[in-house]
Structures are given as structure tokens and as C-alpha cells.
Design a protein around this ligand. Structure first.
Ligand SMILES: C[S@@+](CC[C@H](N)C(=O)[O-])C[C@H]1O[C@@H](n2cnc3c(N)ncnc32)[C@H](O)[C@@H]1O
Length: 316
């Protein structure tokens, strides 16, 4: 089988950020999977879109229960959100933020929670504390301001607009479908030629409205993954310095498991940041021949803007 996935992706960062974003793990993920590319690249847990946008398959089914994420990428796909309109919006709102300060952040937050405008999501996501997305029980965005009114300097605005342009290019002219739906619905749509990449929320971590994730849901997902008609790769944390994920051994001890250690930057408390061992469970028919594998990417050399930006936010 010819492998559609490029051997070494130089991963780019998506325009929106989320807890558990996989930008810097994309080269490792892509290098571990062999897939013909004939069907669709399916993601039931799209998140920031970092994996799908970098893989850039010709056909894709990209889903999440977070309606804001789906609305954001659907707007890029339909052309209602362009790099040009994002630039104008960020320059204007960025200027107001510098002049008014945090009250302006909270005014946009209120406006977003009423109108759900994708550009307001972008503004909040890129100027809130720790650059994350978190919603309360009523589904309202509730992350506080990062206390940096000068946040939207020209360089950052340009960087964000370039990320939107790149996202648009990754999906342009392709058969991509974005859907707001739970993972059970998405898995029902999987066909034999598809490849399903699954990156659910981490249980045992602090969660938000869109990231409620229990051990029983993780168990249910594991059974559903093993019954898929297609190939799959399932991302999960394996262990950190506090605990090991027994769920993986319980359900996937018969499967090949790739592991990778990295530093996790985004978290609401110190105990959620730090060294983390990631696991990737891959369906047997999609394993890359060991002799074709590249050496693991050196993340100490990683200059990806996610890492730099998150470090910058982390220091605030
Ligand atoms: C760890 S994140 C995915 C990160 C993504 N791979 C990235 O690189 O940005 C998990 C995602 O699952 C979504 N999610 C949570 N529960 C879900 C469910 N029951 N069905 C579908 N999506 C869900 C969340 O909204 C979140 O976007």
C-alpha cells in the first residue's frame, strides 16, 4: 500500500488553541501511521484542528461537540471568515483593548456569549489567560483576561492571519465536512477506507463544559474503536509523574503502542503542566514498517509558535 501520509511533516500551528493541542506531536503521529488516503481522514474530537490541517487529506469528516470550533472552521471553509477580515477585526479590537484595557476583553466575552461570533472567539482565545478555551456549565466562555492589553501587536495579528490563510489553504477545494456532533455519531459514519484519528479529552484532568470525560465514557469509546470498520489511531496520555493510565493496558494490551514523552505547557494548575508520556494506539493494518521509521522529532529544538506562544502566556 502506498502511504499517503508524508514521512516528516513540519507542523504548523492552527489559528485557535485548545487544551491538549497536538501541533508539536503531529510529526510523530504522522510518522507512525500508514494509510492509503483513499477514504476520509475522520476526527471525532477535532479540537484546534492541528492534526487534520497538517495532514491535509483530500477528503475529511471533522467533528466535535464544541459548536464554536465547528462554527469557526465552517466560516473559514465558506469564506465568511477570511485572513483579511480577521486582520481588520483584530487591528480594531486590539486597539480598543490597548486603550480601554481588560474591560474591553470582558465586553467582547459578553458579546461572544450572546452572539457566538467566530471572530470574537478568536479574539478571546488569543488574549485570555493561558490561551485556552474553557466554558462553564451554561456553555459560556469563562476564561479571564491575560492582563496584557498590548497583546495584539502587529506581529501577532500577522501571525494569526497567516494561520487562518494556512487553514483555508489546507481545506481549499477539498471534500471536507465539519459537523457538530458527539463521537458516537461520527464513528457510525466511518467506512472501511477511512482512517479515524481519535484524541478525546483526558480523564482525570480538570474539564470544562465541552470536555466532560469519564472513565466509563472512555471505556465505551475503547470498545467502539475496536469495532471500527476502518483503521484508527487513538491518542491518550500514558503516564505523568503522578499516575499511570490503567485504561490503556486494560483495553489495548494486544495492540501496538507508540509512546512519546513531552512537556505539557497548558494547564490550569502547576500539577497539570509538566512531563507527560503520550501513547498512540494504532490498528495493526496501519502500522509503519519499523525500517521506514524516522528518528523521533527533537522537541527540545522545537521552534513551533505554539510552544513559544504558550511559554509566553505561561509567564504572564
Ligand atoms: C483533547 S481535545 C482534541 C485536541 C486536538 N487533537 C488538537 O490537536 O487540538 C478533545 C476535543 O474533544 C471534544 N469533545 C469532548 N467530548 C466530546 C464528545 N462526547 N464528542 C465529541 N467531541 C467531544 C472537545 O470539545 C475537544 O475539542
Amino acid at each position: 500500500m502506498t502511504n499517503f501520509l508524508p514521512r516528516r511533516i513540519r507542523a504548523k500551528a492552527p489559528p485557535i488553541k485548545i487544551q491538549g493541542i497536538k501541533t508539536k506531536l503531529v510529526p510523530w503521529i504522522a510518522d507512525a501511521i500508514s494509510w492509503s488516503g483513499h477514504g476520509r481522514w475522520v476526527e471525532p474530537f477535532l479540537g484546534s484542528g492541528a492534526v487534520a490541517l497538517n495532514v491535509a487529506a483530500p477528503r475529511a469528516l471533522l467533528c466535535d461537540t464544541n459548536e464554536h470550533i465547528i462554527r469557526f472552521y465552517s466560516a473559514i471553509q465558506s469564506g465568511s471568515l477570511t485572513p483579511e477580515c480577521a486582520r481588520q477585526y483584530l487591528e480594531e479590537e486590539g486597539e480598543r483593548l490597548s486603550a480601554v484595557g481588560e474591560d474591553h476583553f470582558y465586553a467582547i466575552r459578553e458579546r461572544f456569549n450572546a452572539s457566538k461570533e467566530p471572530l470574537d472567539l478568536l479574539f478571546l482565545n488569543r488574549s485570555c489567560f493561558n490561551g485556552i478555551m474553557r466554558f462553564n456549565k451554561k456553555g459560556a466562555f469563562n476564561v479571564p483576561f491575560c492582563r496584557k492589553p498590548e497583546r495584539f501587536r502587529q506581529a501577532l495579528v500577522t501571525k494569526i492571519c497567516n494561520q487562518i490563510a494556512w487553514a483555508r489553504k489546507s481545506m481549499h477545494g477539498k471534500d471536507w465536512e465539519f459537523k457538530c456532533q458527539p463521537w458516537r455519531e461520527t464513528l457510525k459514519e466511518a467506512r472501511p477506507d477511512d482512517f479515524v484519528y481519535l484524541d478525546p479529552p483526558y480523564f482525570g484532568r480538570h474539564t470544562d463544559y465541552y470536555n466532560q470525560w469519564t472513565e466509563s465514557e472512555a471505556d465505551e469509546l475503547s470498545h467502539a474503536i475496536k469495532a471500527l470498520p476502518s483503521g484508527f489511531a487513538y491518542s491518550m496520555w500514558k503516564e505523568n509523574k503522578y499516575r499511570e493510565n490503567s485504561h490503556l493496558l486494560e483495553h489495548f494490551s494486544d495492540y501496538a503502542m507508540e509512546t512519546f514523552s513531552h512537556f505539557y505547557h497548558v494547564g490550569s494548575s502547576e500539577s497539570l503542566r509538566g512531563e507527560m508520556e503520550e501513547a498512540l494506539i494504532i490498528s495493526p493494518q496501519n502500522l509503519v514498517d519499523e525500517s521506514a521509521r524516522l528518528s523521533p522529532p527533537d522537541l527540545s529544538e522545537d521552534e513551533s509558535d505554539d510552544k513559544l506562544e504558550q511559554q509566553e502566556l505561561f509567564q504572564i
